[in-house]
Design a protein around this ligand. Structure first.
Ligand code: PLP
Length: 246
């Protein structure tokens, strides 16, 4: 990135700013309505998935009160890191994570959503220890058992989480999933219910050293159903910023 990326107000057009502000306002309203419909009485936080977005766009969203920012590529996170206004912000890593790249983000992020194998957990634990921190993570669950997606299978999640609980510098804080995107809303709901049931099930086991406060489900196309189904954290990109240009 070459140009100066620091001042949000300088290079974002008034139209673009108005569009982002309007979209985030609408998302917040819809989340609030969905919270009312949820039988679990939980609150859902808004995380903006900021891949392809500039630091100006991200900082403008932060100026509107957004508290959670999620990047899904290590390289992109590192490029933007110094330009993001991080005061009071939780920075999340939400994408697939290669084991050999953990060292680049370990001191920069607050929650890693995509832990799905022991080799990755082991490296996160090792790097966290080096930095004298305990890294908060989510277990990613492949709730639709899709070949194209990462994540542990629902049937394997408990055993995997019991292994995660043994690491001293890693703390399991909940589950993350990207269910299949479906036209049929009732089938879509079944996947969210399946992950919610797993979340409740694992919470009830009272496994030591884990905290299970976060259920990260719901994206632009399905966040309202996700919140109605128990999501505590929705990850939204296009509904806030518009279509992505790669
Ligand atoms: C991009 C991304 C999102 C948000 O996707 P949208 O459809 O743009 O809302 C959510 N989660 C992950 C892991 C992503 O990479």
């Amino acid at each position: 990135m070459e140009k100066s990326l620091i001042d949000a107000n300088e290079s974002l057009s008034p139209e673009k700013r108005a569009a982002i502000e309007r979209s985030i306002g609408e998302i917040r309203k819809k989340i609030a309505i969905a919270e009312q419909k949820s039988p679990y009485g939980q609150k859902a936080d808004l995380l903006l998935a900021t891949k392809t977005r500039t630091p100006e766009e991200i900082n403008f969203a932060i100026s509107l009160g957004v508290k959670h920012i999620g990047e899904n590529r290590v390289q992109e996170l590192l490029e933007k890191y110094d330009f993001i206004q991080k005061d009071g912000i939780r920075l999340h890593f939400i994408g697939a994570l290669q084991t050999n790249k953990v060292k680049y983000i370990i001191d920069k992020v607050d929650l890693i959503h995509s832990v799905d194998r022991l080799s990755l957990a082991k490296e996160i634990d090792r790097q966290a220890k080096k930095h004298g921190k305990v890294m908060d993570v989510l277990c990613e669950v492949n709730i639709g058992n899709e070949a194209s997606k990462s994540g542990v299978r629902a049937e394997e999640a408990e055993e995997f989480i019991r292994e995660l609980a043994k690491f001293e510098n890693l703390r399991l804080c909940g589950l993350m999933a990207i269910p299949p995107v479906l036209e049929n809303i009732s089938t879509q709901k079944q996947y969210f219910q399946k992950i919610m049931n797993l979340y409740i099930d694992i919470s009830r086991k009272k496994i030591d050293n884990i905290c299970m406060g976060v259920l990260s489900i719901g994206m632009s196309s399905d966040y309202e159903i996700a919140v109605e189904s128990g999501s505590t954290l929705v990850r939204i990109g296009t509904a806030a910023f518009g279509a992505r240009n790669y």
